[in-house]
Design a protein around this ligand. Sequence first.
Ligand SMILES: Cc1cc2nc3c(=O)[nH]c(=O)nc-3n(C[C@H](O)[C@H](O)[C@H](O)COP(=O)(O)OP(=O)(O)OC[C@H]3O[C@@H](n4cnc5c(N)ncnc54)[C@H](O)[C@@H]3O)c2cc1C
Length: 474
Amino acid sequence: MANSIVEKMKRVLGRHRVYDDPAIVSLYAREASGLHASELPMAVVFAESASDVSQLLRLAYRYEFKVFPQGTSTSLSGSAVPLDRGVVLSLERMRRVKEISVLDSVAVVEPGLRIDDLNLVLAKHGYMFPVDPASSAVATIGGAINTGAGGMRGAKYGTMRDWVLMLQLVLPDQDGTVMRIGCRTVKCRQGYDLVRLVVGSEGTLGVVTEATLRITPLPEESPTVLAFFSELDDLVEAVKSIKGNAWQPLIMEFLDADTVKIAKQFVNTDIDAEGHMLLVTMDTTRESRRRVMEQLISLLRENNAEKIYKASSLEEAEKKQLLALRKSLFPAQVHYARKHLGGKGRIHVLIEDIAVPPSKLAEAVTELRRIEQEHGFKVLLGGHIGDGNLHPAIGYNIDDPEQVRKVEEWALDVMRLAIKLGGTISAEHGIGVLKKQGLRMELESLGALKALDIMRSIKSIFDPKNILNPGKVV
Ligand SMILES: Cc1cc2nc3c(=O)[nH]c(=O)nc-3n(C[C@H](O)[C@H](O)[C@H](O)COP(=O)(O)OP(=O)(O)OC[C@H]3O[C@@H](n4cnc5c(N)ncnc54)[C@H](O)[C@@H]3O)c2cc1C
C-alpha cells in the first residue's frame, strides 16, 4: 500500500519532489523538542508551488493517508513531528520573497522563507518584520504563522497574529481547494476572521502557501542597558517605572539570580553578573537617544540597580556581550544537566512557555522556585518580562523513564501555576502534543471546555478526513 502511494505521488508530482529513501526521510521525522516519529513516514514531499500542495492533498484525500506540514522543525511543542506513517510535506523549497511594497507596508512571501532572510531583504528598504523568535535564523514564515510565534520584541510588537494580513491556503478536501483569505489592507472586515483562525493552528486546518505580512520601519536607534538587582521586587518596580514613564521598550528581558549564577559559568564575558538581570532596549530617534538612555539609567538607579552596563545600539550591545547571558539559557541548561545528572543517556532540555500578567511576575518566580524544590530538578528561569512570558527550563536524561515522568509532573505544576495567576500555559510555542493536557486544564479553569468541542468541529469542517497533522492541538 505504502509503495503504491509513493509511486502515485512520484507520478503526479515528479520524482524530484518525492523522496522515500529512509536516510532522508529520517531527517524529517523529528523536531527540536526532542520528539521523533515512532514509525518512519512513507516519504517526504518537497512542494514547489501551491499546485503541488493541492495535488498532494487531493491524493491524500482519495487514498486516505496523513500529511504532516513542516517548515524547519524547530517546534518545541511536538507540533511538527509526524505521528503516523504518513507523508511529511516540506515547504522549504518555497522560499521566495514575491513582493515588498513600502507604500502598502507589506511583504508577500512564500512559507519556506526563513525569518532572518526576510529581514535581510527588508533592511535594504529600511524596514523589518518584527516578530523575532530566537530561532529566526532557521525558522520559516509558514512555521511561525502556524505556531503563532513571538519573540523578544513581543511586548511592543505582539506575535504573528498581529502581523499576518492575508493567506493563501490549500485545504485537505476532495479538490485540494486553493483559496485566499484576508485583505492586503490593515483594515479588513470579511465576516469571521479566518486568517486569525489559521494563525496558530499548527498545520491542522490547511497548508499555507503564501502570506501577505505587515512590515514596519527599522528603529532609528536602539540604546540598550543591562542591569542587575539584589532584590526581585526592585527589578519589578523598575519595570513598573519604565512602563509608568509611558515607554514601551523594544526588548525587556529577564533572568533570575539563580539562573544568572549558572549561566555565567558558560558565557565568556567580562560582565560582573550577579543578582536578577534586566535587559532593556529602547527604540528612539537619533535626537532623543542620549536623553532616553540617561533617563533610563537614572530610573534603574532609583530602583536600586546595582551594576549597569550600556551600549548605544543593539549591535554594540552584541559586541559588548550584553545579550549573551539571556541567550545562554538553553546551552547553559544542557551543560548544567550534563555535569550534574551524570550517568548514561541523552540530555534533553524541556522549555516551558507560560505567560502571566507582568504584575504577577515576582509571585510567579517565587512559586516556580518552590515547585523546583518540590520536584528536585534545577530550573533555569528567564523570559520576556515586558509581556510576562516566562521560559522555565529543565535539563534531564531523556533515556531515563523515571526522570521523564518526573519532568512531566513538573511541567503540569508549572502550567497549573500559570493558570492560577491568571495567565496561559503557552504564550508562543503552541500546543502540539506536549501541551494538550495543559490546554484542557486552562479551558476548564475558564469554564470553557465547550471550546474544545467547537475546535474539533472546526477541524472537521476544514479537514473532514482528518488528514492534516492529526493528533495535534485538540
Ligand atoms: C532554539 C530555539 C529557540 C526558539 N525560540 C522561540 C521564540 O523565541 N519564540 C517562539 O515563538 N518560538 C521559539 N521557538 C519555537 C519555534 O522555533 C518557532 O515556533 C518557529 O516559528 C517554528 O518554525 P519552523 O519553520 O521550525 O516550523 P515547524 O517546527 O516546522 O512547524 C511548526 C508548526 O507549523 C506547521 N507548519 C509549518 N509550515 C506550515 C505551512 N506552510 N502550512 C501549514 N502548517 C505549517 C507544522 O505542521 C507545525 O505544526 C524556538 C525554537 C528553538 C529550537
